[in-house]
Design a protein around this ligand. Structure first.
Ligand code: NI
Length: 181
């Protein structure tokens, strides 16, 4: 399940790109919260998020097929309108829909470079998850942050956001997306 790496310093990991089978696997639950490997993976994901101007990342994107994600909305070059929040590490997340209104909004993915698409997502969800210490947590998310969560949750289920696109015309090049902004 883990890569077997022992050293503690963050290394540059490669982002798995669309076509890599790891992105189509259903990720395994995390059971061992005392594992140093788990904490290393979390650290690597945090530093990759910062470097890549992402607003979320899921472990399968760094070829670790485990149920772990970080959501970290903040305005940056890739998402100028993103709201600012403290990054949240979510392990073994499950969710229920709080507001079933479905809204289309723009998404991109580090695993699918150069593309943006309009994706329908629920407006608000409640998430139950474990933190890196294994403690149970709950959070209500809405709007763009709920969207990030649903996007990252897809990665744990072997799906990508393009699977939800309802019309191919909703898919555009990232360079055209920036002209819209
Ligand atoms: Ni993604």
């Amino acid at each position: 399940m883990f890569s077997g790496r022992k050293q503690k310093q963050p290394v540059v990991r490669e982002i798995a790109k669309l076509g890599n089978p790891v992105l189509r696997k259903i990720a395994e639950p995390v059971t061992d919260f005392d594992s140093a490997e788990l904490q290393t993976i979390i650290q690597d994901m945090r530093s990759m998020l910062e470097k890549s101007n992402g607003v979320g990342i899921a472990a399968p994107q760094i070829s670790e097929s485990i149920r772990l994600m970080i959501i970290a909305s903040r305005p940056n070059d890739r998402y100028p309108d993103a709201p600012k929040m403290k990054p949240v590490v979510m392990i073994n997340p499950v969710f229920s829909v709080l507001d079933s209104t479905v809204i289309k909004g723009w998404e991109g993915c580090l695993s699918i470079p150069g593309i943006r698409a309009q994706v329908p997502r629920y407006q608000a969800v409640q998430v139950n998850f474990q933190n890196p210490a294994g403690e149970k947590q709950a959070m209500d998310l809405q709007g763009f942050v709920a969207r990030i969560f649903q996007h990252e949750y897809d990665h744990l289920e072997g799906r990508v956001y393009l699977d939800h696109v309802v019309d191919n015309k909703d898919i555009i090049a990232e360079s055209e997306y920036f002209k819209l902004k």
